[in-house]
Design a protein around this ligand. Structure first.
Ligand SMILES: N[C@@H](CCC(=O)N[C@@H](CS)C(=O)NCC(=O)O)C(=O)O
Length: 213
């Protein structure tokens, strides 16, 4: 059976967890605390998680690679190369937004909140407007063709994380000014497989991953 090594939070492991779950592919979630991760990290390819471990013990790191591999196994990776490119386009635009916050994670709480609010008022807000435009152009549908893909799940996980309260300085009503992003998040949350997953895993921050959260 596959193993996904990560912390108990959604974070960078959630898209692959969803892909395997939606694809009906069994896996074991192996969770770490700060202390158990410090002990275990040397065994991972790049001393980081998430890591997907294969039944023979081989390990795959980098969430982008894990997400695409598990999406392929689950039928959540478009067959048409053009649709793959549209899926990647959405995910890379999202990365441009989330990368803006990288330097804020190590800041003390007050500075972190201030820095994040400044980003949202500036470049972050600009990227959110672009994401809003991109998602609106899907006209209420999916991001790559007429089928759910890893790109939809990636944006869903990221938007849900933004409003779940895990990220200090990120307002829980962030999406209220972005109606297409809000509607899109709710639409993916209501996908039967996604909804069933969060009916089962509604602990802590995952309460915000439900429809209309
Ligand atoms: N680019 C990598 C980044 C992985 C990463 O930053 N993982 C964090 C947890 S979200 C980690 O392992 N941090 C502990 C460390 O670097 O020691 C990916 O997307 O998988």
């Amino acid at each position: 059976m596959f193993k996904i090594h990560y912390f108990p939070a959604p974070g960078r492991a959630e898209v692959s967890r969803l892909c395997l779950t939606l694809g009906g592919i069994p896996y074991e979630d192996v969770h770490y605390t700060g202390a158990t991760f410090a002990e275990a990290k040397a065994k991972f390819p790049f001393a980081q998680v998430p890591v997907l471990e294969f039944p023979d013990g081989k390990m795959l790191a980098q969430s982008g690679a894990i997400d695409r591999y598990t999406a392929k196994l689950a039928g959540l990776y478009p067959e048409d190369p053009l649709q793959v490119a549209f899926a990647d386009q959405a995910v890379f635009l999202l990365n441009d937004f989330t990368d803006l916050f990288t330097s804020t994670y190590s800041l003390p709480l007050e500075d972190k909140i201030k820095a994040r609010q400044e980003i949202l008022a500036g470049k972050g807000g600009e990227k959110l407007k672009m994401l809003e435009k991109l998602v609106a152009s899907a006209g209420g549908g999916y991001l790559a063709g007429d089928k759910l893909s890893f790109a939809d799940l990636t944006l869903f996980v990221s938007f849900s994380t933004m409003i779940c309260g895990q990220l200090d300085g990120m307002p829980k009503d962030l999406l209220k000014d972005y109606p297409a992003l809000q509607a899109f998040r709710n639409k993916i949350a209501a996908e039967p497989g996604v909804k069933a997953y969060y009916d089962k895993h509604s602990d802590g921050f995952r309460a915000a991953f439900k429809p209309d959260a």
